[in-house]
Design a protein around this ligand. Structure first.
Ligand SMILES: [Zn+2]
Length: 164
């Protein structure tokens, strides 16, 4: 049984697993990969952990962070089909200015910030801005209705047949 961390930070809504690990690493003043490997010695990168996590790895992480495995599962991209992985950015490309948690360092990264097909925040429906806080330039402002339908289509396709 994995020993639990003495101090654990609560994940924010829709936080990405690697973001949560990075915040713990900052708290314990260790490199993020060292933090991850403390629990999963075989892990190759934080990115891989976000994309592909086995049931066993999921439960070991859950045990160390004293949290439900289902919560760890929801923090990953396990609900995104392999064929859509190429649409997942490696770093945040957009932000919701409503939901941004700017008061802590490092700032939590939400899953939606890496999913290229999102143009609105899945939590509050606000239009997403680029990472500098500017509204994303909308070349299709007059096609907003259609764009929102496309967002839904891509989202459904990405999650097609995968229970989350
Ligand atoms: Zn939002």
């Amino acid at each position: 049984m994995m020993r639990q961390l003495p101090v654990r930070l609560s994940p924010v809504t829709d936080e990405l697993l690697s973001s949560w690990i990075i915040r713990h690493a900052a708290f314990y003043a260790v490199p993020p990969l060292a933090m991850l490997r403390h629990c999963l010695p075989e892990a190759s990168s934080l990115r891989t952990t976000d994309l592909l996590l086995s049931d066993d790895q999921e439960s070991r992480l859950a045990s160390m962070f004293a949290i439900e495995p289902a919560i760890v599962h929801r923090m990953t991209f396990a609900n995104v089909a392999q064929s859509s992985h190429r649409l997942i950015a490696t770093r945040p490309i957009q932000v919701c200015t409503n939901c941004r948690k700017g008061h802590t360092e490092p700032t939590p990264i939400l899953r939606s910030q890496l999913l290229g097909w999102y143009i609105t925040c899945p939590l509050c429906g606000n239009q997403l801005s680029d990472v500098d806080g500017r509204k994303l330039p909308s070349p299709f402002r007059q096609y907003r209705g259609a764009a929102l339908r496309d967002e839904k289509l891509l989202d459904d396709e990405a999650k097609c047949g995968i229970g989350s």
